[in-house]
Design a protein around this ligand. Structure first.
Ligand code: DAH
Length: 334
């Protein structure tokens, strides 16, 4: 009779223990093992039993008590573990979220703008889609001019085109401003290029235009030599090579000593020690005339440089395509 009762008690206990929570664990313990528990009543009643009965019932009651204690301890352990993994460790360091930064081309572009602003240049803007007049004709490149081939590009159905160079902004600015003029313009340009390591069909340029009385080629050289030293390092040397642009006369390309080998010759500069940096020249009298500026009174110089190219030279980047491939392993280096 009592043995049956112990069995029932144990069954009831295990069932109740199963659904217990950290809060109800102590309630279960008191209910089944406490001073007022049924098990305690049974243990207390042992004294009044016969020796035979006491032996059997006592052993069974004690066994039940020990098993209950063991199961309670195991349950307590299990519940503590859950609390550990589910709780928040307020002493743990916070999760770091990666912070982005400006694109390397934007960085170099900003640097260039800063250099020219420090020299007193104003930043002018122009549209990315141009008409033939601003992109070519006003710059002394008539419809049949062979120099147009160098800047073959995409044409829109209305005859306009994504500008092939920022030189168009020279024209836009001179339409509304009289000398003295001292501007740069930055932005995107397009060419019909097959992409390779050094050619991209879309890139950025910085254009410059200075027009005033008595502006000479010496001003051009002094300015661009200083800019090269500021952007590539103070020990940079420059040289000017004669070239042809329809909108300047005379025209020159400027090379700078390779920042990797300082002019000694290495793989980055093809062993020559020099890298081509930009195109430049004295503004062609026809361009000034087109703008209603008297070339007998005023003279000027102009230049255009590729921003990606400068960024590649500055950081020794071998392939222009890296800039626009979305690979953060590349971008994180700058
Ligand atoms: N527009 C030329 C190009 O895209 C660069 C250039 C050369 C700009 C001479 C000028 C200049 O303003 O005077 O290749």
């Amino acid at each position: 009779m009592i043995l049956k009762k112990l069995d029932n008690l144990f069954a009831e206990f295990t069932k109740e223990l199963e659904g217990t929570t950290p809060k109800s664990l102590e309630i279960v313990r008191t209910k089944y093992l406490g001073r007022k528990s049924e098990l305690n009543d049974i243990l207390k009643s042992l004294g009044a039993m016969s020796l035979e009965e006491k032996k059997v019932t006592g052993a069974a009651a004690n066994k039940t008590r020990i098993e209950m204690e063991q199961l309670l301890a195991a349950k307590e352990n299990e519940l503590n573990k859950v609390v550990d993994t589910e709780s928040v460790d307020i002493t743990a360091p916070g999760r770091l979220y990666p912070v982005g930064h400006l694109h390397p081309v934007t960085q170099v572009l900003n640097e260039l703008v800063g250099i020219f602003e420090s020299l007193g240049y104003e930043v002018a803007d122009g549209p990315e889609v141009e008409d033939d007049w601003h992109n070519f004709e006003a710059l002394n490149m008539g419809p049949e001019h062979p120099a147009r081939d160098m800047q073959d590009t995409f044409y829109l159905t209305d005859g306009n085109l994504p500008r092939t160079h920022t030189s168009s902004v020279q024209i836009r600015y001179m339409e509304n401003h009289k000398p003295p003029i001292k501007i740069i313009s930055v932005g995107k340009v397009h060419r019909n290029e097959n992409e390779d390591a050094t050619h991209s069909w879309i890139f950025h340029q910085v254009e410059g235009l200075v027009v005033g009385e008595g502006v000479t080629f010496a001003d051009l050289k002094g300015t661009l030599d200083l800019v090269a030293k500021k952007i590539l390092g103070p020990d940079t040397k420059t040289r000017f090579r004669p070239n042809f642009f329809p909108y300047t006369e005379p025209s020159a390309e400027m090379d700078a000593t390779c920042p990797q080998c300082k002019g000694a010759g290495c793989r980055s500069c093809g062993g020559t020690g020099w890298l081509e940096l930009l195109g430049s020249g004295m503004v062609h009298p026809n361009v000034l005339r087109n703008m209603g500026i008297d070339p007998e009174k005023y003279s000027g110089f102009a230049f255009g440089l590729g921003v990606e190219r400068i960024a590649m030279i500055k950081h020794n980047i071998p392939d222009v395509r890296y800039f626009w491939h979305p690979d953060t392993r590349f971008l994180e280096q700058f």
